[in-house]
Design a protein around this ligand. Structure first.
Ligand code: ZN
Length: 455
């Protein structure tokens, strides 16, 4: 009895933090058949350990598995979670290359046209809608979020630098992102067994940090092809924008049997450590979707006004868009960011009350109809930028005959990468490739950015 109450007391002193660990594999090498076996072996080994991973499969890889008659591989992977990793991965043009020339809506349509077939093929071959998507390499574009929603893929799982929120899961473009985890992105190096201790120590430190924060997520990713090859299958065939006809694609250099065995051993040893760690729950992407709370939540209007007067930023679990909707008196809902940036075109420093209220109703009508924030809002023959509308509405007392115009600063834009070359650096993009256009669209869409909260 005494032991029981002591244990209960301990349980109360040390609240169990919810720490979730996601292991995913970019399953993409359709050139070298041995990578099929590597994927199957990983899936079966992990299943034996009681670990469920997430295999993000490339559309072409799924079709090739089918053509090679690898029902055994498809079955083994199906007992884990299945995500999506682009239609063709590295055959030019990859997503950032074609999306950089398109705006938000046209880019979303084009992403859906080019990448949609892989989603349908995965549904047919694996029998499930992919739980998540992740870009090939650094080939990111914010238009993908709109397209993924249309395709029924609710989550973005990857490790990139383009957008993030304090190295933990976040909402962006209406999609739950596990992205830019940085120090919470773990990896045991596959070359050297003696370095497992380094990886497990780093993992333990990440768990300790998240315990202090009250919980969070850690992830690890590999590619099945890494377990059999010493170089990437696509770097061999599609480096820096080069096109190789699929029939002429060359296999990557392979690992020796010994080196391959070592790689598999290291993965399992690392996973034994993760599995044995108290307080850590290994989950799939599909499970994480249930673990994080709905992004739509009531917003306190007074607090929203105060935040937008200070700076246009997210506040707690709310995005800047959530706050703006509250200030405009709209019910909470998800809406996209604006499609372009406009500077205010307004002479004078105030707007007459009647005209201001009319413009506000117009803004509400636009948001209701398009499910998107407007880039600018008309007041007679002049308009305010969205940022200035937010600042002006937040400062407005609702009664004065003239509404003073305020200038808005978009503080949330700091969370989007600013170096258009570094953010898209990848062996498959042309060496001089940069996409400032996509980072700009990312900044516009960051009106929707906010941290994800555990349920
Ligand atoms: Zn990949």
């Amino acid at each position: 009895m005494r032991i029981v109450s002591l244990l209960l007391a301990l349980a109360m002193v040390v609240p169990a933090a919810d720490i979730y660990y996601l292991l995913w594999f970019d399953t993409e090498d359709w050139v070298e058949p041995r990578s099929d076996d590597a994927a199957m072996r990983i899936a079966l080994d992990l299943e034996k350990m009681g670990v469920r991973a997430t295999f993000k499969v490339v559309g072409e890889k799924a079709r090739v598995l089918e053509q090679r008659g690898r029902a055994d591989v498809i079955r083994a992977l199906s007992r884990h979670d299945i995500g999506y990793h682009a239609e063709n991965h590295s055959i030019p043009p990859p997503p950032a290359m074609y999306m950089k020339h398109l705006g938000m809506l046209e880019g979303a349509q084009e992403f859906e046209r080019r990448e949609g077939q892989g989603v349908r093929d995965i549904e047919r071959i694996f029998g499930v809608t992919p739980s998540c998507y992740g870009q090939p390499g650094s080939s990111w574009g914010p238009q993908s979020t709109i397209a993924l929603r249309n395709l029924g893929v609710p989550m973005y799982v990857d490790e990139g630098t383009q957008v993030g929120f304090e190295n933990q899961p976040f909402w962006f473009g209406g999609i739950l992102h596990v992205f830019k985890l940085e120090r919470f992105n773990m990896r045991a190096e596959l070359e050297d067994e003696s370095k497992i201790a380094l990886a497990t120590a780093k993992f333990d430190a990440a768990v300790t940090e998240l315990e202090k924060r009250g919980g969070g997520a850690i992830h690890t990713y590999y590619h099945p092809t890494e377990f059999i090859a010493t170089e990437f299958w696509d770097a061999v065939n599609y480096s820096h924008g080069r096109y190789t006809p699929p029939a002429e694609a060359r296999s990557p250099n392979l690992r020796t049997k010994e080196s391959s065995e070592r790689a598999h051993r290291i993965l399992l040893k690392f996973m034994e450590h993760v599995k044995s760690k108290p307080g850590v729950r290994i989950v799939t992407a599909r499970q994480l979707m249930q673990i994080y709370a709905s992004p739509v939540a009531p917003v306190d209007r007074v607090a929203a006004r105060a935040q937008l007067r200070r700076s246009i930023d997210s506040m707690g679990p709310h995005s800047a868009a959530d706050l703006l909707l509250a200030v405009l008196g709209m019910t909470p809902r998800y809406v996209d960011g604006p499609t372009q940036r406009k500077a205010s075109q307004l002479a004078g420093s105030s707007i007459a009350r009647e005209l201001f209220e009319r413009g506000k109703r117009d803004a509400i009508g636009y948001i209701d109809r398009h499910k998107r924030l407007p880039s600018h809002v008309w007041f007679g023959s002049q308009f305010l930028s969205l940022a200035d509308l937010a600042a002006t509405a937040a400062h407005d007392d609702g009664a004065s005959a003239q509404v003073a115009v305020k200038r808005g600063e978009l503080a949330f834009e700091r969370r989007v990468a600013s170096d258009p070359r570094a953010a898209f650096s990848w062996a498959i993009h042309p060496e001089t490739f940069e996409a400032p256009e996509l980072l700009e669209l990312g900044r516009l869409q960051a009106w929707t950015l906010k941290p994800a909260r555990l349920r």
